[in-house]
Ligand binder design. Structure first.
Ligand SMILES: Nc1nc2c(c(=O)[nH]1)N[C@H]1C(S)=C(S)[C@@H](COP(=O)(O)O)O[C@H]1N2
Ligand SMILES: [Mo]
Length: 203
């Protein structure tokens, strides 16, 4: 737990949560027909991205991107409905938060990347960034090996802001050799809850 993570957490506790950017409607329409008036809940950017449905980050009005030094000229964003439209998988890991088994559902990370034009075999490195500033780097190859998913539901209920939502990047730790023998509090450090941005870089 680095001090900077706590700084971000404290900053967010002290103020209102920034709203997700409203879709740049005209550009979004072609790729995300479900968008309508719904806000984006996840944005992908980075040099390895191949498909785009919005323009650059606005350093004045997109304050969370700005605070987290996320910059891009174009990106691919998902509404909750667009994520729901992808095939979902289900896992039932024991969670460190309450030590109990829970049912998590959502699309595989590689499926989300695929929708943004990133081939599953692409040699890319992902940065998974959360609302509180917590960020981890994971090669796509590892994420695929672990069948990492973007959970949008916990025990059938949508993941909300204030909880683990809007997305939780997570895997079935109980059944993965890389994690199952670790103590519970050490299994999920690569799993940001409150995930809102994915950076996709070559390498
Ligand atoms: N958004 C977010 N996700 C996070 C964290 C965090 O601080 N913020 N901590 C990570 C770490 S290091 C672990 S061990 C687990 C549990 O961390 P926590 O006890 O700080 O919540 O969640 C992971 N995901
Ligand atoms: Mo941790």
């Amino acid at each position: 737990m680095t001090p900077s993570r706590r700084v971000f957490t404290t900053a967010l506790l002290g103020g209102a949560l920034p709203l997700a950017p409203v879709a740049h409607a005209r550009q979004a329409a072609a790729h995300a027909p479900a968008a309508g008036l719904d806000a984006a809940v996840l944005t992908l950017s980075g040099a390895a991205l191949a498909r785009f449905n919005r323009g650059g980050a606005d350093p004045a009005l997109e304050q969370l991107f700005h605070k987290h030094q996320v910059m891009f000229d174009r990106a691919y964003e998902f509404t909750a409905a667009a994520l729901q439209a992808l095939p979902a998988v289900e896992i039932e890991p024991t969670l460190e938060y309450d030590g109990k088994v829970h049912r998590l559902a959502g699309p595989l990370l590689e499926q989300v990347l695929g929708a943004a034009g990133v081939p599953a075999e692409a040699p890319v490195r992902l940065t998974l960034r959360a609302l509180d500033g917590y960020a981890v780097q994971v090669p796509l190859a590892d994420a695929r090996r672990w069948r990492m998913m973007l959970a949008t539901r916990l025990d059938g209920r949508p993941l909300a802001l204030g909880g683990l939502g809007p997305q939780w990047a997570v895997y079935d730790a109980d059944r993965l050799a890389d994690f199952r023998d670790k103590p519970l509090p050490a299994r999920f450090s690569l799993c940001p809850w409150g995930l809102y941005h994915l950076e996709v870089q070559p390498g």
